[in-house]
Design a protein around this ligand. Structure first.
Ligand code: ADP
Ligand code: ZN
Ligand code: MG
Length: 476
């Protein structure tokens, strides 16, 4: 029997507001424990929450960017549970009336596109952090994160493979970063993903029982955890077992998911409307204003790159995956670079160098105009494409212009025919056997001769002239 996996994701994204959701405390990451707290976020009795308008704006912005309907009327709810990192004994969240619903994002896997539905996007406050490491027999609670605005994006169970799940999270991450509402940092936990997974016999409509997987803090782990979990569930069913509805933790060291607890139901939380906050009602003009503030999004940008710059889909996808990369590309094209060559240098040499140092393109000393200047040195025949690699790396490391580097290091391409002819003659004189074989019909040896001449001239000989001279001398 063939089985099919069904996956629905819940993404938590920390919003990039300066202050917390219901008080004025800072949301900055990395300060000393409990230094960013006040009576509201540590849950003192008698205090009242005040809504952060920016946080609501960010969720609406996200909803619009993800094709959602914005609810004209929504409200907050109390989700009651006890945990040491939740001093109020309840989390202010949204339940029956979220800010956004009925959206979708499009993903592309193996060249074909699909829409993944979004059930809802709601706003809630984050909890604090319990610290167990390095504390002997004690545990500590840091409430700096308590009350930080958190947006939860819930997908429909539309995802079918681990690969699609990864593409979905990548797309969400790209969008929230494009519109500037979340930094998308998965390692620091500003973007967290929980996955709901079930399997069913292929062709069956009804959904199977799901397990929820937590603790996957990278794209690779999402893929690995889902692959493992799908296999596990299929095995259970094949052995006539039953899937238990539960929460499972991904253990990245061992590469397995493990049962953590049986799944709590919504009614366990005793949700009720938050009595300390007014419902949220929007004026259409505010929503329109937010809509116009949204920049060109990755999908639209990608399509435009294909059309306007004649780039292959895949190049366009890579160049638009990050807003800063796309901006760098467009600036280079604006300063006169040919889109295809600019793209090639960015996706090849530039990305490689950035990845080696784990750097963002914004932190790069090399500016788009400098790449364009180097490209025109290649076009004019001043440097060869091979030498350009060296020049590029030097530009990247020092931020200096190609012209300066070329002059200083004596990398100018040699186009003087008599100088090249000397090298050609030397190489041919030193390789009598190869010359003979070439004349006997081994045409592949042309590459050998070119290679030897380039080596002799330290890569500086103009390849076009080298080829012409070789042909003349060997073929007469
Ligand atoms: P719960 O009540 O357990 O929170 P929800 O219906 O709210 O479940 O759905 C939570 C997430 O789980 C959503 O992303 C949804 O798409 C997904 N989901 C729901 N049922 C299934 C299923 N049977 N298999 C896989 N994913 C599911
Ligand atoms: Zn506070
Ligand atoms: Mg639910």
């Amino acid at each position: 029997m063939q089985y099919e996996a069904v996956i629905g994701l819940e993404i938590h994204a920390q919003l990039l507001t300066e202050s917390k959701m219901f008080c004025g405390c800072s949301t900055k990451f990395g300060s000393g424990p409990n230094t960013q707290t006040c009576p509201v976020c540590i849950g003192m009795p008698g205090v009242l929450p005040v809504m952060n308008r920016k946080a609501i704006e960010y969720v609406v912005k996200t909803g619009l960017a993800m094709n959602c309907e914005i609810s004209p009327y929504s409200r907050f709810a109390r989700k009651n549970y006890f945990y040491p990192d939740l001093p109020k004994g309840y989390q202010i969240s949204q339940y029956e009336l979220p800010l956004c619903g009925h959206g979708f994002v499009e993903i592309t896997v193996n060249g074909s596109s699909r829409k993944i539905g979004l059930t809802r996007i709601h706003l809630e406050e984050d909890a604090g952090k319990n610290i167990h490491e390095g504390a002997g027999n004690e545990s500590f609670v840091d409430l700096n994160r308590a009350g930080t605005p958190l947006m939860e994006i819930v997908s429909e169970p539309d995802i079918r493979t681990p690969q699609e799940a990864v593409e979905f999270v990548k797309k969400l991450r790209a969008i929230v970063r494009y519109i500037g509402v979340c930094d998308g940092n998965m390692e620091e936990g500003s973007l967290r993903c929980d996955a709901n997974v079930s399997v069913r016999p292929a062709g069956q409509q009804e959904l199977g029982t799901k397990a929820e997987i937590k603790n996957m803090n990278s794209f690779r782990f999402i893929e690995k955890a889902l692959e493992y979990e799908i296999k596990r569930q299929i095995k259970v069913l094949k052995e006539s077992g039953r899937i238990i509805q539960e929460t499972r933790l991904w253990d990245s060291n061992r590469g397995v998911t493990e049962s953590m607890r049986s799944k709590e139901e919504a009614h366990d939380y005793r949700y009720f409307p938050e009595p300390d906050l007014m419902p949220v009602e929007f004026e259409q003009s505010w929503i329109d204003e937010i809509k116009t503030s949204i920049c060109e999004l990755p999908d639209i940008k990608r399509a435009r790159y294909v059309k306007e710059f004649n780039l292959p889909e895949q190049d366009a996808g890579l160049l638009t995956s990050e807003k800063a990369v796309a901006e760098w590309f467009e600036e280079a094209v604006k300063s006169g670079g040919a889109p295809k060559s600019v793209g090639n240098w960015m996706m090849g040499d530039l990305m490689k160098l950035l990845n080696e140092e784990n750097r963002q393109i914004e932190e790069c000393m090399l500016k788009p105009k400098q790449l364009v200047d180097m490209l025109s040195l290649i076009d004019k025949g001043v440097i060869s494409g091979k030498i350009a690699k060296t020049v590029f790396e030097e530009m990247y490391k020092t931020g200096r212009d190609a012209g300066v580097i070329v002059k200083e290091k004596g990398l100018v391409q040699v186009s003087d025919e008599s100088e090249i002819e000397k090298a050609v003659d030397d190489v041919l004189a030193n390789s009598p056997n190869e010359v003979e074989r070439f004349k006997a019909g081994d045409a592949k040896l042309m590459g050998f001769f070119v290679g030897q001449i380039m080596k002799a001239t330290k890569g500086k000989a103009n390849p076009k002239i080298v080829n012409e001279l070789l042909r003349k001398k060997l073929l007469g």
